[in-house]
Design a protein around this ligand. Sequence first.
Ligand code: NOJ
Length: 539
Amino acid sequence: MRDELVWWKTAVFYQVYPRSYLDTTGNGIGDLQGIKQKIPYLKQTLGIDAIWISPFYPSPMMDFGYDVSDYTDVDPIFGSLEDFDQLLSTAHQVGIRVILDMVPNHSSDQHAWFLESCSSLENPKRDWYVWSDPKPNGSPPNNWLSVFGGSAWELDLTTAQYYLHSFLKEQPDLNWRNPDVQEAMFEIVRFWLERGVDGFRIDVAHYLMKDPALRDNPLNPSGRKSIHKPLGEYDTQQHLYDKGHPDIHQVYRDFRHLLDDYSINQPRMSMGEIHIFEWKEWSSYYGKQLDEIHLPLNFSLLGAGWEADEIRVLVEELEQNLPEGAWPNYVLGNHDDRRILSRYGADQARTAAMLLLTLRGTPIIYYGDEIGMADVDIPPEKRLDPAGIRQSIQARDPNRTPMQWLDAPWAGFSDPETEDLWLPQANNYREINVEKQLENPRSMLSLYQALISIRKTHPVLQSGSYQTIPDAPPGCYLYLRESQQQRILVALNFTAVDCLIESPNVKKGKILLSTYCDRNNSLSGSCNLRPYEGILILL
Ligand code: NOJ
């Protein structure tokens, strides 16, 4: 396969949050066998090419799997290594690639490495984590903050030193400046590559390397938010020293070598979770020679308002800032952010689906968005996300609720006899579920199916160029996808009123799809877009 068409560029990705996909054991928590059972849905019904599975490794679940206590096994809640092998082979049989979540910045505080590291100052694993002496007055070594609230340092009473935790105190940061740590992590990567996985999504990829002198972060005088979320304590600092030190690029060059070594017969790939909103710095993670992360994840749209010009500008900025030869990608939802439908509204979520699946670059769909799942209001006594409970960031339980498959007890997510689910299910499951939406040619699911299918049957949407159509009517966003063989115009109305598109381009086109799923005809002049309507026009 020519590199420019390597599979991860043309693939539609889908994120599975394993706790919430399908429970086959009746414990109210999804599992690997559940994902395996839904491979036909993903392949035949939706047309997905690759799944990224959030962590399923043994974990005390303080951060629901992002606190790993053993990187080369499966938590019994989710099944076993054998279940994983079965899932992988079932997915591969139908051509679905499988991406694992790699959590290299921190382990669980229950990981054997950390337990050893804590045991004494002399322990050989002491330097595997980031330890530092208190200041003379006993306070933490510097002013760094945890993303989840409070100081990023926790005092270990036994050894009288502080350890660093960029997230929960139960998630101590590993010391990537120690070559043994890198080697141990790469050995884990090899373990999964040998089993046949197609790549990794790297958790907080830009956090691995910190300032070796542990300097204080300067304050953030403008109060400008550093991540697209409500301002919090974390945003009171400029995070100059607690992450993203330039030494990180060597780590990703080494990591890329490792992946490349395993890519002769099976091209592997990496996606990096990188919350950086300064384009040049973000794009540096592709590597100067495109020799680092294949797809630094692009979260710019996650923080955008529902405004045509704002979204257009973000797309144009991405296109302008991509290094030569680098491949773009778009994320509209994930397990950390409010769902598309809850951010924008039900009609808007349909337009957003068309946007995601017609832009130039790899689209990544979050499970449940394809049926228009909304954030679920979780009563205080049922809230589980420690990050939310500790009040530092918006709770993430509402966007992690169980998938809605059927109009049946527990919406087909779990056995009817199951006592309770790990998180409450949405009340709307009788209407909003896969089975019901398959019967309705205008449902959200039918729209996603059509968009994915058109993307596959029109290669211009996978690999054609992107160009903004200038002078769109206010509130509309128009762009052209073009290859030598085909041209498709995408016209999106972001407003609640009709909007007339008179671009000369539209004159002789054929409508391939409307987000209303109700028209399929030729155009002979202008085109009236209904509220929030998006259309694809084959020119
Ligand atoms: C990013 C993950 O997406 C999030 O869910 C997790 O809490 C943090 N990293 C810490 O691992």
